[in-house]
Design a protein around this ligand. Structure first.
Ligand code: GDP
Ligand code: ZN
Length: 343
């Protein structure tokens, strides 16, 4: 909000608009209550939000079927794509569900947040099982970049997976990139190699996606669009999934969308430009340290409780680097990330 002072006239107008808006919402809610009470809406059913546009959402009924355009009860705020919900549908004369109302939100297993224009963290998607961090043979990744993504992923509590893309460009002998991958594998991170340019190049990725809800993140140019184009080749899969209302609507989708991969068991993707740009958000030093999985058992073992793992005597981390238990490049990476944090 701009700091500019509003004139009394302007302030009055703003207040009036806000009051009108609140009144409309209250009316809509009262209408919904009437309809719910009158039994115009069918029984409560489970579903999942596949897209949202302000106060309207597209909900896919559990077990499949066309998405239904739903609105929210006034007491429900902040639903995001991927949320599990309870909704009720209203049928037309032919018995087709024409619209619905979401009456409750289910528990969330996980939430992905992004800073909004004011720098405040806002949820953008929920119930994600894994964050696929895509990097490629070209453009060559800086090892520090992978660590940044891993730290950001660890902070969300959502399991990260490393996806090395464009392996058709790897040298015969494999090269240092594969060695780097083995290092992450040894740390316990799942690693998947992919290529859209190679026959069968997506098989390991498809295995990884099966039965889970995933998001793709990564630097521009690593091949995310190419991967998603191949996973969802059919335009119908992308557009068709939306409710009829959303399809005709003017909603251009910068909002996160949930896509079901073609096979029933193949898994689901949540995607949006904002999600792809997911990176190191507002983290503090402790979160960065906690984002290095091999530090976890060491943190809290330093002699000083407020140890910053720089030059302190009795630092458990520095000693572990010394003993070769923590890779020096990972430790250097940790330092670089901490040094880059805004004070
Ligand atoms: P995004 O920015 O992450 O979405 O990346 P794009 O999907 O736009 O891909 C960037 C470039 O990499 C494009 O020129 C693609 O043609 C190319 N590319 C994508 N996947 C592969 C691959 O598996 N092998 C090769 N050699 N090139 C690829
Ligand atoms: Zn320490």
């Amino acid at each position: 909000m701009s700091k500019r002072k509003l004139s009394r006239q302007q302030r009055w107008r703003v207040e009036k608009i806000q009051a009108e808006r609140a009144e409309r919402a209250a009316k809509r809610d009262a209408r919904d209550s009437d309809k719910l009470a009158a039994g115009e809406y069918g029984p409560e059913r489970p579903g999942r939000v596949i897209a949202h546009f302000g106060r309207t959402l597209d909900v896919r009924p559990e077990g499949g079927g066309d998405a239904v355009r739903c609105h929210l009860r006034a007491n429900l705020e902040g639903l995001v794509t991927g949320d599990r919900v309870i909704w009720r549908g209203r049928e037309d004369a032919e018995g087709a569900i024409v619209e619905g109302v979401v009456v409750a939100r289910g528990e969330r297993d996980s939430v992905l947040e992004r800073p909004d224009a004011r720098g405040q963290l806002k949820p953008v998607a929920a119930n994600i099982d894994q964050i696929l961090i895509v990097f490629a043979v070209e453009p060559e990744p800086h090892p520090n970049l992978i660590d940044r993504y891993l730290v950001a992923a660890e902070a969300t509590g959502i399991a990260p997976v490393l996806v090395l893309n464009k392996i058709d460009l790897l040298p015969e002998a494999g090269g240092p990139l594969l060695e780097l991958l083995h290092r992450y594998e040894a740390l316990g991170y799942p690693v998947v190699a992919t290529s859209v340019a190679r026959e069968g190049g997506l098989a390991p990725l498809l295995d990884r996606l099966a039965g889970r809800t995933s998001v793709f993140v990564g630097q521009s140019g690593v091949g995310k669009s190419s991967l998603i184009d191949r996973l969802l080749p059919d335009e119908e899969l992308r557009i068709g999934a939306l409710s009829k209302d959303s399809r005709k609507g003017t909603h251009t989708t910068t909002t996160a969308r949930l896509y079901a991969l073609p096979d029933a068991e193949a898994g689901e993707l949540i995607d949006s430009p904002g999600i792809r740009e997911f990176g190191l958000g507002h983290l503090d030093e402790q979160q960065v340290a906690a984002g290095f999985t091999e530090f976890r058992d060491l943190l809290g073992r330093c002699r000083f409780r407020d140890c910053r793992h720089r030059h302190e005597p009795g630092c458990a981390l520095l000693e572990a680097v010394e003993r070769g238990e923590v890779h020096p490049e990972r430790f250097a990476s940790y330092r670089r990330i901490v040094d880059s944090l805004e004070p």
